[in-house]
Each structure stands twice: as structure tokens, then as C-alpha cells.
Design a protein around this ligand. Structure first.
Ligand SMILES: Nc1ncnc2c1ncn2[C@@H]1O[C@H](COP(=O)(O)OP(=O)(O)OP(=O)(O)O)[C@@H](O)[C@H]1O
Ligand SMILES: [Mg+2]
Length: 322
């Protein structure tokens, strides 16, 4: 209990509320179609593709050459010209400083959507607007944290953390100072000179988080960052992430398959349908922070998310069995 009181104290101290009602990120009717994997493209596909702009981006839905009705909902779903819808018509408005979790069946396009927001991929239709500007490429304002942490094993912890700052041309002393600040936040100061193989999984994930935070992004995009961790380490990181969020007030988009994780972290939990992923329901988690996964008061929220998700997962299984 003393520990929780301490966490609550730090949490309250860290809370800042910049521009709370400002809509920072807008996902406007985003759809993404992929060429069906393992199938050679046919001539129809080639001709329709060549008539598109080079990055397959469309200004509006009215110019969509592949209406939603041209897809079935089976795993064989594909348009007549050989494309498969991964996500379809996703519209979301995310406010500055919000913590939004994405949940949905495997393959419903959560990572695809994150990649589009990161600028690593382009929407086929629709657009992502950040601070009034259309996202067309990756930028330091959006940083991804992946499940497998993607650290460089040949670099020391400190060099992993300051890598992005070095690339950005930040002067040596300054980048060391910033990196140590975030390592300190992650309680990893003592491990600055260690190599990543000398760290536990949870510590590596914290290094990965520090590496993202040093870039001071406006948005953190987290794709199942804790999925590979044991439950105790994950529970610790869930609290730490809430503390970091309270201190830095970043906008965070967090993909997870873990329902208790989603309601523990999110201001909003967005539930996606089975592929093609559409927003099925949003559950607002209006409950005090910091939250612990074992808090019984979160159970009702978990139930709401589970009820929405259950039918989608059932559909997904049925399709796979077909
Ligand atoms: N580059 C690609 N080329 C072709 N198809 C792709 C590509 N990337 C993703 N897909 C397909 O798009 C669909 C959505 O994939 P995505 O990885 O976004 O799903 P997800 O919701 O993140 O799944 P999971 O929960 O398993 O990580 C899948 O059917 C996948 O095979
Ligand atoms: Mg994924």
C-alpha cells in the first residue's frame, strides 16, 4: 500500500495538462489494401495499379476504385483486381496527451494502421493529419516502439539510447546528458555502460522506451511492446509507463492483445473488427490513475472490451477453419 501511495504521489506531481482539447492526430477514413500474399498479380491488378498515383494515396473516398462492397469478409477476401483490405474506413480523432489502446483479432490491421501513422506505409485511401499537416513520411515527431525492442547488440546501452540524437546531429555532451536523464527515469543509470545482452527482457524494453523518449516525439507508437515479457515484469512496466506518460504527457497509441493491459493503460480502448479492421467500438476508461491490472474496479471495463472482441475473434476463427 505504501508503494501504491508513493506511485500516486509521483503520478500527481508529474501531471501537466497542455492543450487538453486540441485534436492533434486525425485518422481520416483510412483504408489500406495489400496485394494478396503468395499470389502473382494479374493483369487487371497491374493496369489498375499503374493508373494510380505513385504512392497509392487517394484524396477522397469518392475516388476509391475499390469500394468496400468489392471485398468479402473471408480470408480469401480480395477485390477483383487481386487486392486485400487490411484496414477499412478507419476514422479516429486523438487528442494531445491521450493514451489510446488498439485491440482487435490477429491480422485485423493494427500494425498496418500504426505503420501508416508512423509514415512507414501509405494509406490506399484517406489520410493521417498530425497538427494540421498530412503525414507522408516518418518523422521525429512519431517514434515506434516494437515488441522485439530492436536494440543494436553491438552498442552499449547509452549508445543505443543516444543513437537517434547522434543521427539528428545533437552535440555529444548534450546528447549524453539527455540520454542519461531518460535512463535515470527508467532506473537504468547503472547499466549505461552495459551491452544489451547483459540486460533482462524488461530492462531491454525500458532501454527501448528511453531510446524513443530521448527524441521527444509528440506521439509514441507502441506495437505490443510488452507481449514477450513475463507477467510480473509486464505489470511493473505498466505502472512505469503510466508514470512516464504522466511526466511527459505524450500522446500514446498502444497496440495490445491483452485486455487487462488495454484498460489499465488507455483513456480509450478502440476495438477493431476482424479483417478488414474497422473501428467497432470505443470504450472510455474513466477511472483514476495510476491503475494496476489487478484492480477489481477495472473489471467492468475489461468485460465491455471482451464482449466486443469475443464475437470478432469467433468470426476470425470460423474463417480460418473454412
Ligand atoms: N506488406 C504487406 N503485404 C501484404 N499483406 C500485408 C502486408 N502487411 C500486412 N499485410 C496483411 O494485412 C493484414 C493485417 O496485418 P497486420 O500486421 O496489420 O495485422 P495485426 O492486426 O497487426 O495482426 P497481429 O495482431 O497478428 O499483429 C494481414 O492479413 C497481413 O497479412
Ligand atoms: Mg501486429
Amino acid at each position: 500500500m505504501a508503494c501504491l501511495a508513493y506511485i500516486e504521489f509521483i503520478f500527481e506531481c508529474g501531471v501537466q495538462l497542455p492543450g487538453k482539447n486540441l485534436a492533434k492526430l486525425e485518422i481520416k477514413d483510412v483504408s489500406k489494401y495489400f496485394e494478396v500474399v503468395g499470389r502473382p498479380s494479374n493483369s487487371t491488378f497491374k493496369s489498375s495499379r499503374s493508373s494510380r498515383s505513385s504512392h497509392l494515396t487517394y484524396p477522397s473516398r469518392s475516388s476509391n476504385p475499390l469500394p468496400a462492397s468489392s471485398f468479402s469478409s473471408s480470408l480469401e477476401d480480395e477485390s477483383p483486381d487481386g487486392l486485400m483490405a487490411a484496414v477499412e474506413n478507419v476514422r479516429l480523432s486523438i487528442e494531445e496527451g491521450q493514451f489510446v489502446c488498439f485491440v482487435g483479432p490477429s491480422g485485423c490491421g493494427k500494425s498496418t494502421l500504426l505503420n501508416i501513422i508512423a509514415g512507414l506505409d501509405k494509406p490506399t485511401i484517406g489520410e493521417v493529419i498530425l497538427n494540421g499537416r498530412r503525414v507522408t513520411e516518418p518523422g521525429p515527431d512519431r517514434i515506434m516502439v516494437f515488441q522485439d525492442n530492436a536494440l543494436f547488440p553491438w552498442l552499449k546501452v547509452i549508445d543505443n539510447v543516444q543513437f537517434g540524437l547522434k543521427v539528428a546531429g545533437v552535440e555529444k555532451k548534450k546528447r549524453h546528458e539527455i540520454s542519461m536523464h531518460y535512463l535515470d527515469m527508467m532506473q537504468l543509470t547503472k547499466f549505461a555502460e552495459a551491452y544489451t545482452y547483459q540486460l533482462s527482457g524488461g530492462m531491454k524494453q525500458r532501454v527501448s522506451l528511453a531510446r524513443a523518449l530521448v527524441m521527444d516525439p509528440e506521439i509514441l507508437l507502441m506495437d505490443e511492446p510488452f507481449a514477450a515479457l513475463d507477467s510480473q515484469t509486464r505489470d511493473l512496466l505498466l505502472v512505469e509507463l503510466q508514470l512516464i506518460w504522466a511526466k511527459t504527457r505524450k500522446t500514446i497509441l498502444f497496440v495490445t492483445h491483452n485486455i487487462s493491459e488495454s484498460v489499465c493503460l488507455g483513456d480509450r480502448v478502440v476495438v477493431f473488427t476482424n479483417r478488414p479492421g474497422r473501428v467497432k467500438k470505443e470504450v472510455l476508461i474513466d477511472y483514476r490513475r495510476p491503475r494496476l491490472t489487478e484492480d477489481n474496479n477495472l473489471y467492468n471495463y475489461q468485460r465491455q472490451v471482451l464482449d466486443e472482441l469475443k464475437t470478432e475473434i469467433k468470426t476470425s476463427r470460423k474463417i480460418e477453419e473454412m
